[in-house]
Design a protein around this ligand. Structure first.
Ligand SMILES: [Fe+2]
Ligand SMILES: [Fe+2]
Length: 196
């Protein structure tokens, strides 16, 4: 229950733009799924940080916010364990599909991005990414590799924003964003100052 409370609290704090999707409801549904993994590595706390990271990047590169937030919820939602589980991406994508038009609405075009991002997040390398929303989803996930003691390399990342955080060790920016200290304007100012 504590884990659920924490995840929802962070999730609510992150709801910075208007969306037609009821993310609070969706989080409750997915977290309540009895099959979901209860792990600090791949469980809801990780999903929350993926959402936070993705929201940070998408304010700078204009990737699709709804798709990123849905990716955060679903991408690891069907993992069976913290070890090798090669098909968890496609299971997460199928779970997202099973709730589409029941618990949330998304255009066909955006759902394709969400499905692909979930399906291949653990299989394809960043060089294959042709779409900034998919790239941002994967960056958001990879930026959280630090939870298991791995610093992601720039080569693993798609966006210049994520590469910058890794290169310059600016991890604190993500945390500030999660705490709603950084708003849209100050992020843009931060970026203007640092990379023009
Ligand atoms: Fe995963
Ligand atoms: Fe993940």
């Amino acid at each position: 229950m504590v884990l659920v409370g924490l995840s929802l609290k962070l999730h609510t704090a992150l709801h910075m733009k208007y969306s037609k999707i009821n993310f609070n409801n969706l989080w409750k549904i997915v977290i309540s799924n009895p099959n979901r993994i209860n792990s600090h590595i791949h469980g809801p706390k990780h999903w929350s940080r993926v959402e936070r990271n993705g929201l940070y990047i998408c304010q700078l590169n204009d990737a699709d916010e709804d798709v990123i937030r849905l990716f955060a919820i679903f991408h690891d939602s069907m993992r069976l364990n913290d070890g090798r589980d090669a098909e968890h991406g496609v299971r997460g994508a199928e779970y997202a599909k099973s709730l589409l038009n029941k618990e949330y609405e998304l255009s066909e075009e955006k759902f394709e991005l969400l499905y692909y991002a979930c399906q291949y997040h653990n299989k394809r390398v960043v060089e294959t990414v042709k779409d900034k929303t998919i790239g941002t989803c994967w960056d958001a996930d990879r930026l959280d590799l630090r939870r298991v003691g791995i610093k992601p390399s720039e080569k693993m990342l798609y966006s210049r924003e994520a590469k910058f955080i890794v290169r310059e060790n600016k991890w604190g920016e993500l945390t500030k964003f999660g705490n709603r200290i950084v708003n849209n304007e100050s992020i843009m100012e931060f970026w203007k100052k640092l990379i023009g």
